[in-house]
Design a protein around this ligand. Structure first.
Ligand code: IVH
Length: 686
């Protein structure tokens, strides 16, 4: 029966849409929809054509491969058509395939070659007398683009073959692809240069190979695996595919080490499962596996359908990408105060999981990817990684699409949002008050080098916050035995110990207290510098950014963090609460110039990884005591401070006989500079 008018219309629409997306993908290397979406359109059209054979007209995309070559390249006629592969999306599709070919061949338990389906682009390489004479893209399967000059720049593709028993003229088929690592680096470089990034390694590979300037291709990290052949003298072919591949390998043509020969469809499934479990760890992207009959005579018996051989099939993995709409962009506050824009999506299934949110990382990323509220976007969910938006599709943008603007005040607590110039992360400055940061703030406040409140472990902090027994660190000092004994699993003795530790912590030092506040980038060393410079809390609170920068080693970023912190009314409330709770300290000791700056005239080189300090902190410590911290060792170096894996600087210091300090000796020297010579071990070569 002929198809009804609505079915006809739908088929026509599908043909048009698929044709359009073919050009976007194959000619422009800039697809507008996720691959899974494209597959769905194609499957729908195939199903309609199966049901109504009169719809299967000449020129239907189901009968064709790819798209005609772009005009910018000269054309190459393929001596043997470059076909595509049929897809299996389910176990059922695959058993159907197996049944079909077993019936036609009249044999069960067939032998297959199996290998990853690389996500790159198909190329044909023609060798004459062992020399690469032509390279072409697949194009529409009959006519491809001449990319010989570009292809010659690929290290993986031999310009001249090893050995000499190759046919006079023959053609290799395979996939050019961009390994994941190279793709990441290429995009990072593009980002740095303010250039457009590629959405995925496939587009990057295609965009890099289909270049008018071979020099550009030469600088792109492209790789190649051969997976078959085109033109090849029939009388020189061996019996099996794997023998052909073994020959190619000897001639220096890269073949995929993941290629295996398996027996029967069950082993195909096992291979599929194994590869799927290793998908994330492979150095290149794959979108499934390909099964091909191993026996070449069987292939000939089966032959070809319009666009694909009957003897092979691609078994696709669940798609990692899908197209959907951004309905809103919300901002989440992390436990350290970082504000992350999150895209709220129309629910879409990606790799079998429904995705409704995707991280957008930061404002720069939102603008760089030009993602607006209301946009259609491609989302990606690879393995267990948090879903992310790969790219927006501005061509499909509705008029009412709106730009994302980072809020000026924290959505969790209303404190000011800070973005430091040159940094991409926006942060809430209400560290002491913000509910999103409570947990970290309390844990840090209680830690050993801060207020040193023994017995206030993570679990207890969780309970206190969950039961709303505390909201801020100031509330800790209102806890009593009675309240604490109501908590799960807290024995009376532990409760008593905690109250004791809280009481003891009321008497502290200004540096500890400043460190305990958890102001961004104010570590132990910086807290001490600030305490020494400003001497009391009120003076520090009042200092403007310029004044803050007069302290040794306080740059504009730290000054900005400190200044903003003390401008948040909520933070000041908490500070007041702490003062009211009786937190106090002795005035900072007066110090003479020499006592304060005992390292004047001395130069330190810090190398290797230290345990309790970052190298930056160690350098700050040296500066705060009047010394210089240098980057390289010379005869003028007074001490070298060596952590783990110190490298060549230590060797040089040893050679020059410069005193070497380990971390403990360095810290001892900082605390008691007079002990200097006694605690150093002068380096000798051992
Ligand atoms: S065999 C007659 N093996 O997938 C075609 N193709 O969707 C025989 N592809 O055009 C192709 N990895 O570009 C084969 N290991 C592999 C492959 C592979 C990727 C590509 C190839 C082909 C496309 C079909």
């Amino acid at each position: 029966m002929g198809a009804s008018a609505p079915v006809r219309q739908r088929a026509a629409q599908l043909r048009k849409d698929i044709g359009f997306h073919n050009r976007r993908y194959h000619q422009l290397d800039d697809p507008l929809i996720a691959d899974a979406e494209y597959d769905r359109l194609m499957q729908e059209l195939l199903a309609l054509e199966r049901e109504h054979p009169d719809l299967k007209i000449t020129g239907s995309p189901t009968q064709r491969v790819g798209a005609a070559p772009a005009a910018a390249f000269s054309e190459v006629q393929h001596p043997v058509p470059m076909l595509s592969l049929d897809n299996a999306f389910s176990a059922e599709d695959l058993t159907d395939f197996n049944r079909r070919i077993s019936q036609r061949l009249g044999r069960e338990n067939l032998t297959f070659v199996v290998e990853p389906k690389l996500d790159g682009l198909a190329v044909s390489l023609t060798y004459e007398q062992g020399v690469l004479v032509r390279a072409a893209t697949r194009g529409d399967g009959q006519t491809g683009e001449n990319i010989t000059a570009n292809t010659r720049t690929l290290r993986a593709i031999p310009g001249r073959l090893n050995g000499k028993d190759w046919p006079e003229q023959f053609e290799i088929r395979g996939e050019v692809f961009m390994p994941k690592q190279g793709f990441r680096e290429l995009n990072e470089r593009a980002l740095g240069a303010g250039e457009k990034t590629f959405a995925n390694p496939r587009n990057a590979a295609a965009g890099s190979l289909r270049q008018l300037d071979p020099q550009v291709t030469a600088n792109r990290p492209l790789d190649f695996y051969c997976y078959g052949y085109g033109l090849y003298p029939a009388d020189q072919l061996p019996e099996t595919h794997s023998e052909v591949m073994a020959r190619f390998k000897i001639w220096g043509i890269p073949t995929n080490p993941e290629l295996h020969v398996v027996q029967g469809i069950d082993e195909c499934f096992a291979y599929y499962n194994d590869l799927q479990s290793r998908r994330q760890t492979l150095p290149y992207e794959i979108d499934g596996v390909v099964y091909k009959l191993e026996n070449l005579r069987d292939r000939e018996t089966l032959g070809f359908a319009a666009r694909a051989p009957r003897w092979a099939i691609a078994h696709k993995f669940p798609a990692e990408e899908a197209t959907t709409r951004v309905v809103a962009i919300d901002v989440q506050v992390g436990r350290t105060g970082a504000l992350t824009p999150v895209a709220r999506l129309e629910p879409v299934s990606v790799g079998g999981v429904t995705v409704t949110n995707a991280t957008l990382h930061n404002t720069d990323e939102v603008h760089r990817k030009d993602i607006r509220i209301g946009d259609m976007v491609i989302v990606r969910r690879a393995g267990d990684v948090i879903p992310e938006v790969v790219k927006s599709l501005p061509e499909l943008r509705p008029d009412e699409a709106a730009m994302f603007i980072m809020p000026t005040h924290c959505p969790a607590c209303g404190s000011e949002v800070e973005t430091i110039e040159g940094e991409t992360i926006a942060r809430c400055s209400g560290g002491l008050y913000c509910p999103a940061q409570h947990k970290e703030a309390v844990k840090h406040f209680a830690s050993r080098k801060a207020m040193n409140i023994d017995g206030l472990g993570d679990k207890l902090v969780d309970q206190l916050l969950e039961k709303q027994l505390i909201n801020t660190v100031a509330d800790l000092y209102r806890l009593n035995i009675e309240v604490l004994s109501r908590l799960d699993r807290l024995a009376e003795k532990s409760a008593g110990n905690l109250i004791h530790a809280l009481n003891a912590s009321r008497y502290t030092t200004l540096p500890r207290f400043l460190f305990a506040l958890g102001i961004r980038e104010v570590g132990e060393v910086t807290a001490r510098t600030l305490a020494e410079q400003f001497r009391d809390l009120d003076t520090l609170k009042a200092a403007d950014e310029m004044t803050l920068q007069t302290a040794p080693d306080i740059g504009p970023t730290v000054a900005r963090h400190v200044f903003t912190f003390f401008r948040q009314p909520h933070n000041l409330e908490v500070l007041q609460g702490l003062t009211d709770a009786g937190i106090h300290w002795d005035p900072m000791p007066e110090r003479t110039h020499e006592a304060a700056l005992p390292f004047i005239g001395q130069t330190f080189v810090i190398t290797g990884a230290l345990d309790s300090l970052s190298r930056e902190d160690a350098r700050s410590l040296v500066h705060s005591l009047g010394g210089k911290a240098a980057g390289s060792v010379s005869a003028k170096t007074s001490y070298i401070v060596a952590g783990a894996e110190p490298g060549s600087k230590l060797d040089k210091a040893l050679a020059l006989g410069i005193p070497v300090l380990d971390e403990a000796a360095f810290l001892a020297l900082c605390q008691n500079p007079a002990s200097g010579a006694a605690s150093t071990a002068t380096a000798t070569e051992e």
